[in-house]
Design a protein. Structure first.
Length: 191
């Protein structure tokens, strides 16, 4: 079986999958179906605050989508970013999934249950998919990291640049500014 046939088999299975609560829609990466827990309310509060800051800054014809499939079938990768900035033209395109090479920014909010997905798996997949800007927001420790300029080094996809922030800094990505001071950290007893 080739990688491509494995991907399409997993993609077909995903479409017929009856996901049990509390699981989110599965992602596909490197021949694996990745099951994630549904986001908890504190995670969604961070997403809401990011969205209310970003949406007024988006140019005409741009929009912010939440938890939408983003697929590069050629690489065998399907991810579901927490937030993604795209042109409205991409939102009305025929495909069911976002073309990652047509997005402007992906934001992932680290979950307490699976931080390696954002810091390892997606940090490997997003530059391979051509995502120009990737922001990881981590309410566990009140930090954020902006990665940009995807490149291949020795055949390995990575980002050429990165900038670290704490929850008090203003993150600048292109023409957008995100004030992290108002972002909540996870409580000790919840997510």
């Amino acid at each position: 079986m080739t990688e491509q046939s494995i991907y399409w088999h997993l993609r077909e299975f995903r479409e017929t999958f009856d996901r049990p609560e509390p699981l989110a829609w599965p992602e596909i990466s490197h021949g694996q179906l990745l099951m994630m827990m549904s986001p908890k309310k504190q995670h969604q509060l961070v997403a809401h605050r990011l969205r209310t800051q970003l949406e007024p800054q988006l140019g005409k014809g741009m929009l912010l989508m939440l938890e939408t499939d983003m697929e590069d079938a050629g690489l065998g990768i399907l991810r579901v970013p927490d937030l993604v900035v795209i042109d409205e033209e991409e939102a009305v395109a025929d495909s069911d999934a976002i073309d990652p090479r047509r997005c402007h920014l992906v934001i992932e909010i680290v979950s307490r249950s699976n931080p390696s997905n954002d810091y390892e798996g997606k940090l490997r997949d997003y530059p391979a998919m051509g995502v120009p800007h990737y922001l990881i927001v981590d309410p566990r420790d009140g930090s954020a990291v902006h990665y940009w300029a995807p490149v291949h080094r020795s055949g390995v996809p990575t980002y050429d640049n990165r900038q670290h922030y704490t929850f008090s800094d203003t993150v600048t990505i292109a023409d957008w500014k995100i004030d992290t001071a108002g972002l909540p950290r996870y409580s000790k007893d919840g997510q």
